[in-house]
Write a protein that binds this ligand. Sequence first.
Ligand code: AR6
Length: 176
Amino acid sequence: MEFQAGKSRVVIKEGDIVREETEAIVNAANETLLGGGGVDGAIHRVGGPQILEECKKIGGCKTGNAVITSGGRLRARYVIHTVGPVFRGGGRGEPELLASCYRRSLEVASTQGIKSLAFPSISTGAYNYPIEKASRIAIKTVVDCLGNHPEIQEVRFVLFSSKDFAVYQDAVKELK
Ligand code: AR6
């Protein structure tokens, strides 16, 4: 599924983000930037040790923020590491922090001159954010922010299961 957001194309697809050939892929990291499971584990496993070396030099990342490293042996040239909020009911700033992840990732991409990037569904795995809520925040924030970054030609959302893919498709239909 795809649609236009201003001058940019937004693609929603099912897949494994480490296989994406966008210029950058986004990692659902934690504040230490030292690796973990889920998307983070897959990115470091496939990308190799160079990514971790660069993460150690950066020294960490606050929840809601984003930093960039090279992509090591990944197809993508860069990895943008962002730290989603742990979901604790939704009343502790989680929606704003999750939106900030998408906004900051696009800002970092734009600063680096990146024209295409792929997002996973941040916070909806180990961090327990309900995907029905998170998907709506993800899509709305990206669509809104792309207005500020017309140079970004394509943003993909890469969902790991057909169920998650369906939830994101519903979120797009709702937004329109
Ligand atoms: N490609 C695309 N999506 C994936 C992949 C993949 N290869 N692997 C998992 N997903 P998670 P979080 C989906 O747990 O919730 C790590 O340990 C997964 O099904 O990766 O932000 C970090 O170090 C889910 O829908 O990220 C942190 O400690 C979504 O990606 C913590 O987990 C996000 O799941 C971050 O938790």
